[in-house]
Design a protein around this ligand. Structure first.
Ligand code: PHE
Length: 355
């Protein structure tokens, strides 16, 4: 009789199509009013010998049905999960919807591109404050008090703080000073950021961006400076044979100093970059002046190095054909939609800077 019950219950277990149905089978078999439980209750009326035999048989049946229920439960749960995975399938290879509304400003994009190139060469990014003091912006950079080079910077001065003359930094070169004061050579940093000069016309805005580079080591020389900038400009403008011309120049904080021109062609209002015989100035550079090293606590008899500084707007305009500097800061959404970059177009040397 128990064999028949066992066969019946096992076939009910296997026939249960889902978890609720299986639970019903469990309750009907093993629940308080279940069939096996019912037989258990009858044990009290049997003789001790019968009770023992019947009890063992019932326990074995109970265990077997419980095991079958567990196994079936696992099967049903796995089938349920499989069905869900099939139904909720997501095709991760689908491209992201291209038309997001937001745009990355060309200045941010250009700085990210520059950082990607310099990072590949082993530079790290350094930062400094926009509100600087006279020491970091001028004095430590070998602009003596009263030196005419200070006047060339059209500085925005702020009210003095703690007897310190405060100003909006006129270039990113104070980050050189901060980096040398806080780190020991070898140093290899780039410092992108905002700079300020009191000037406003077609080619000047009171706030603009620069990126500064600084390398200090024992044997770093002008050849390294040249190699670094040639490599950078060719990668940035994506012109393999872009020629660079180093012209002697003057900055108080570098000696010798140079301005760098890149090869171009000007024709009918158009500008093309490459080896065409014409030149366009894009940056200033030089070997760090020993006075600057000493002012920053670095032994100038042991260490030397190079620095460069470049206007971000200027090279962004060149690379992306943006004609008017002032439009960068007008916050015109139509302009941003036209010249901006989609957020997922992250500059990266491996897949090309900008697609
Ligand atoms: N700080 C200079 C400027 O703003 C650029 C520069 C940086 C030149 C580093 C040489 C070395 O004009």
């Amino acid at each position: 009789m128990l064999d028949a019950l066992k066969d019946e219950l096992l076939s009910l277990v296997n026939a249960a199509a889902d978890l609720p149905a299986l639970d019903e089978v469990r309750v009907n078999a093993l629940g308080k009013k279940g069939r096996i439980t019912g037989f258990m209750k009858e044990l009290g009326g049997l003789s001790p010998d019968e009770r023992k035999e019947r009890g063992q048989a019932l326990n074995a049946l109970k265990d077997e049905i419980a095991a079958a229920l567990d196994a079936r439960k696992l099967d049903l749960a796995a089938a349920h999960m499989k069905a869900r995975l099939e139904a909720e399938r997501v095709d991760v290879t689908l491209p992201v919807r291209p038309e997001t509304e937001g745009r990355i400003h060309p200045i941010s994009q250009t700085m990210d591109e520059m950082i990607a190139i310099f990072a590949e060469m082993g530079f790290s990014v350094a930062e400094g404050p926009d509100v600087e003091d006279d020491f970091h912006n001028f004095t430590a950079l070998n602009f003596p008090v009263g030196h005419p080079a200070r006047d060339m910077h059209d500085t925005f001065y702020l009210p003095d703080a703690d007897d310190k003359k405060m100003l909006l930094r006129t270039h990113t070169s104070p980050v050189q000073v901060r980096t040398m004061l806080n780190n020991k050579p070898p140093i290899r940093i780039v410092a992108p950021g905002r700079t300020y000069r009191s000037d406003y016309d077609m080619t000047h805005t009171p706030m603009f961006h620069q990126i500064e580079g600084l390398v200090i080591d024992e044997a770093t020389n002008m050849g390294h400076l040249k190699g670094c900038l040639v490599e950078f400009c060719r990668a940035f403008f994506d012109v393999d044979d872009l020629p660079l011309r180093f012209r002697p120049s003057f900055f108080p904080f570098t000696e010798p100093s140079a301005e760098v021109d890149i090869g171009c062609l000007r024709k009918g209002g158009e500008l093309k970059l490459g080896n065409y015989g014409d030149w366009l100035e894009i940056l200033g550079c030089g070997m760090v002046h020993p006075n600057v090293l000493e002012a920053c606590g670095i032994d100038s008899t042991k260490y030397q190095g190079f620095a460069f500084g470049m206007g971000v707007e200027r090279v962004a305009m060149l690379k992306y054909g943006i004609p008017d500097l002032r439009t960068f800061f007008e916050a015109d959404l139509r302009w941003l939609k036209h010249y901006g970059f989609v957020p997922l177009d992250i500059p990266n040397i491996a897949h090309g800077l900008t697609r």
